[in-house]
Design a binder for this molecule. Structure first.
Ligand code: NAP
Length: 269
């Protein structure tokens, strides 16, 4: 198994990929506020998504997504109480074109992560919160079939009939005044008892979190490959962040496999 080199905060070679982000011990980091963290795989030119080859919309680029990054995605997900997803994700999921994030560690390769959750006294899967204003998505039956709590958070102005339909399907609907913001999202989840919140959505929800200074840690995998492509899709999308969000470096690892990639993490200032 090819190992990684840690480049920051100190130099260290021969680091094993498996267990790398478990060793970040996310579940020791919450204070009196929930700990919110997010993770992206990007190209060297900063793209997290490119146009779908045959359908409207964007997808995670196939030539930056890779198994080693995916392992780390799972190691971060396994440490969460709840995962943030979006209405867009469930639409793409129904259409068969979304990377699977709902069934984390069901894969036999990730059996050790399932065991990790059991050993830490956690439910088999983190719960899931879907952020949506349109409420236009089908709920995958397997998502509500088990013991997992599925929450939809939506503005109180969203379609009442769709809210009621979701409740009939076993989804807990939380409404917030006017629009979902980083503050209302995190406060609603804290009120439900969630402490470790893993954001798996794209650039608009990350913007909400950053604009309200709600992001505690950002993980980035930067693959040494440039892609181009219009429209540009980076990790954050929305109005200028005012003030800008400073995130001091936490760790850097170099992974030499294939074209090579950096595993980076940053903390809230
Ligand atoms: N490379 C990576 O690591 C990575 C990671 C994540 C995502 N991505 C890619 O990024 C692209 C965009 O992902 P995404 O759509 O999940 O992310 P997003 O742009 O953050 O979220 C958009 C969706 O979230 C809902 N939403 C956003 N702000 C809202 C608000 N204030 N109130 C209520 N709902 C709100 C909307 O749902 P409704 O339309 O239902 O109202 C909207 O469709 C996708 O192509 C995805 O594949 C890449």
């Amino acid at each position: 198994m090819t190992t990684l080199t840690q480049l920051y905060p100190q130099q260290q070679s021969d680091i094993t990929l498996e267990g790398l982000y478990l060793s970040h011990n996310i579940r020791s980091l919450a204070t009196n506020q929930p700990f919110v963290y997010s993770n992206y795989v990007t190209s060297l030119d900063g793209r997290i998504a490119v146009p779908h080859p045959t359908k409207p919309g964007l997808v995670v680029p196939k030539n930056v997504a890779n198994a080693r990054d995916w392992r780390l995605f799972q190691e971060l997900a396994v440490q969460a109480d709840i995962l943030i997803s979006s209405g867009r994700y469930l639409r793409d999921y129904a259409d068969g074109r979304a990377q699977e994030i709902l069934q984390v560690y069901d894969d036999a390769r990730f059996q050790d992560l399932q065991t990790w959750r059991t050993e830490h006294g956690l439910s088999p899967q983190p719960d899931i919160v879907v952020i949506s204003a349109s409420l236009e998505f089908p709920v995958p039956p397997e998502l509500v079939a088990g013991s997992r709590t599925v929450i939809v958070i939506t503005p109180d102005t969203s379609n009442q009939q769709k809210q009621a339909d979701l409740q009939t399907q076993g989804v807990k609907v939380i409404t917030v005044p006017e629009r979902v913001t980083g503050t209302t999202l995190v406060a609603a989840l804290q009120a439900e008892g969630y402490q470790y919140i893993y954001n798996a959505t794209g650039p608009k929800v990350l913007h909400l979190l950053l604009a309200d200074n709600m992001l505690d840690r950002l993980y980035l995998t930067q693959v040494n490959r440039l892609l181009g492509g219009d429209p540009y899709s980076g990790i954050v999308e929305g109005p200028l962040l005012d003030p800008p969000v400073d995130m001091p470096l936490n760790t850097i690892y170099f992974d030499p496999v294939d074209v090579g990639q950096l595993f980076l993490s940053y903390n809230k200032a």
